[in-house]
Design a protein around this ligand. Structure first.
Ligand code: MN3
Length: 202
């Protein structure tokens, strides 16, 4: 069964002024759609064809560039759209708040550390908040379309919050000002979704 490009769940202009509609539309219909169709082409007729994306990435042969790049791209963007919400964002609370305060001291210190990881990822990549078994959380960044589910990357755990820092994610509106885009992201983080992912992963 082929993977399908997921719907955003909101309009392309719903995240303005933090992320502009044109960027969202191109990002979804061109970039994410491209990863999805190339992933399907890469797994067609192989033993990966009927596996979940999590299963494929967790057991990935990292030398398989087509599945690494396009499977990562499919998964990462599918997560990314859900952790933003223009309307019902909730707020950091409950067990996730406790875990973030235990790891970083405060929500503000967490945002600073996450923003630093996103800003200093050289070239294209992602910043992540991950959950380890037992519920501890940690921050990391990965290059290209790699993510923490993949074997041998710089961090482990289940990603519950991800930020795309490829230029295609922000360049139309922010040009080279990646830090401004990162600041804007925290205006639209959907904490309800991150908390739901934390509860499922810990
Ligand atoms: Mn992207």
């Amino acid at each position: 069964m082929a993977f399908k490009l997921p719907e955003l769940g909101y309009a392309y202009d719903a995240l303005e002024p933090n992320i502009d509609a044109r960027t969202m539309e191109i990002h979804h219909t061109k970039h994410h759609n491209g990863y999805t169709s190339k992933l399907n082409a890469a797994i067609a007729g192989t033993d990966l064809e009927n596996k979940s994306i999590e299963d494929i990435l967790t057991n990935l042969d990292m030398s398989n560039g087509a599945v690494r790049n396009n499977g990562g791209g499919f998964y990462n963007h599918s997560l990314f759209w859900t952790v933003m919400n223009p309307n019902d964002r909730g707020y950091l609370s409950g067990d996730l708040k406790d875990a973030i305060e235990a790891a970083f001291g405060s929500k503000e210190a967490f945002i600073e550390a996450f923003s630093n990881a996103a800003a200093t990822q050289f070239g294209s990549g992602w910043a992540w908040l991950c959950v380890l078994p037992g519920g501890k959380v940690e921050i990391c960044a990965t290059p290209n379309q790699d993510n923490p589910l993949m074997p041998g990357v710089s961090c482990t755990g289940t990603p519950i919050l991800g930020l795309d820092v490829w230029e295609h994610a922000y360049y139309l509106n922010y040009q080279n000002r990646r830090p401004d885009y990162i600041d804007a992201f925290f205006n639209i983080v959907n904490w309800n979704e991150v908390e739901k992912r934390y509860a499922a992963a810990k």
